[in-house]
Design a protein around this ligand. Structure first.
Ligand code: PLP
Ligand code: ZN
Length: 418
């Protein structure tokens, strides 16, 4: 079923056995990527074969690393809708704006894709306990898939990570630890403790298969557009597996003969309080300097140093893309805009794409006539930390009082379309 052949170092080219647990490159410490026998896959599978397959990322099973389907751990992740966003587009001045609504994934974010594939592969390689450092959503996703697989879960999060994520991990029965520090500090604990405790370390890009789950965003996008790609992809970047994974997907798809050589411009959006990739891009650097004292309400973007920085920067440059930082105020405004114009309640990271696009359109760096896809990576429905509801309470028997309150409110907030 899987055409997985080996793992290859993205920096020095060393190849290692994919059927043993691996982390980073044993020679140079950089990121290992999964490689497939694409020649054989090309002969065995055609796009038409996918029609009618399961509506989840497992429809691409030949290009995923799980060898035996009995090991698949699924909650129905992937195959999220690609929707036109005409009202938001009009507000931004773009004629062909689409959004990929990743908030509909299990546990409310695209992290489910990576964890579904990584946990499945961990099961296949004999794991009994999983560990992950996370700024928030990866922890929720990992906890859910560990529960689904019947494995122990050890989660390390910054102590100021969103309460919704903390509560979700506990609900799924994970062993949750809060850490004084950032995601990188959490990672240090996981790397230190995992070998002796027999934990399978699922840290971003230190484990080769989360990126495989995330690459399916690229496969889906191509399939949903009829095996072509848009002009521009806007993606909120933290650890960077989304961009790295999609870029890898496009290479594989071309080698499979399913798409041509045209690539979208990859646009990375970060928060101005933590923008190492944006800074490195602007300076023309191939690596990003660690960001001191990172802060932003977009927890998933609070990644001061990414192990895959060189891969993210290479993908942005090779695609003719760019990188842009937006403030928390712009993110908050974008969350409100998206909810009001399109009925989508998204997480701050997702809303950052709207704010980033707005900046780039205004700066003339993106052609408003191009076909643009925003990746709305997470939903906001779980995030009660930021919710404030301050509304009058009506007494149903006070007929006049009700009418007065409604009239007063309509006067202050004229409703859409009236
Ligand atoms: C983790 C996360 C991101 C950052 O994704 P990467 O692919 O790791 O850069 C963006 N949005 C949300 C909602 C996230 O949880
Ligand atoms: Zn190497």
């Amino acid at each position: 079923m899987s055409f997985l052949s080996h793992l290859e170092c993205s920096a020095c080219g060393l190849t290692v056995d994919a059927d043993r647990q691996q982390s980073i490159c044993p020679s140079c410490g950089k990121v290992l990527l999964a490689r497939y026998d694409l020649g054989r896959a090309r002969a065995a599978v055609r796009p038409a074969d996918l029609v009618g397959r399961v509506a989840s990322l497992w429809r691409y099973r030949e290009l995923l690393p799980v060898r035996d389907p009995v090991h698949i751990v699924t909650l129905g992740e992937g195959w999220t809708p690609l929707l036109p966003a005409p009202r938001l587009g009009r507000a931004l001045g773009c004629r062909r704006l689409l959004v990929k609504d990743e908030g509909l994934n299990p546990t409310g974010s695209f992290k489910a894709r990576g964890m579904a594939v990584a946990v499945s592969r961990a099961v296949e390689l004999g794991a009994r306990a999983l560990a992950v450092p996370s700024a928030g959503n990866a922890a929720s996703a990992m906890s859910a898939y560990a529960a689904r697989a019947g494995l122990a879960a050890y989660v390390f999060m910054p102590s100021d990570a969103p309460l919704a994520n903390q509560a979700t991990c506990l609900a799924y029965g994970a062993n949750l630890f809060l850490v004084r520090g950032l995601i990188n500090d959490c990672g240090r604990i996981v790397q230190r403790e995992s070998p002796t405790r027999g934990w399978f370390d699922l840290s971003t890009l230190r484990e080769p298969y989360r990126a495989e789950g995330k690459k399916t965003m690229g496969y889906e996008l191509a399939e949903q557009l009829g095996w072509r790609l848009p002009d521009v992809i806007v993606y909120p970047t933290g650890g960077g597996t989304g961009i790295v994974g999609m870029w890898k997907a496009f290479e594989e798809l071309e080698e499979l003969g399913w798409i041509g050589s045209k690539r979208p411009r990859m646009v990375s959006v970060q928060a101005s309080g933590c923008a190492p990739i944006v800074q490195a891009y602007a300076r023309g650097d191939t690596r990003a300097a660690p960001w001191p004292d990172p802060h932003t309400m977009a927890a998933g973007l609070r990644v001061p140093a990414a192990i895959g920085d060189y891969l993210i920067l290479a993908a942005i440059r090779a695609s003719g893309g760019t990188a842009v930082a937006v403030s928390d105020e712009e993110i908050g405004e974008a969350m409100r805009d998206l909810a009001r114009t399109e009925g989508m309640s998204v997480s701050p990271e997702a809303a950052a794409t709207v704010a980033g696009l707005q900046r780039l359109i205004r700066a003339g760096e993106i052609d408003p006539d191009s076909e643009i896809v925003l990746f709305l990576t997470g939903s906001d429905l779980l995030n009660t930390d930021t919710i404030e509801v301050n509304r009058p309470v009506l007494d149903p028997d006070d007929v006049e009082g009700c009418a007065r309150a409604i009239d007063y409110d309509r006067m202050r907030h004229p409703s859409r379309g009236e």
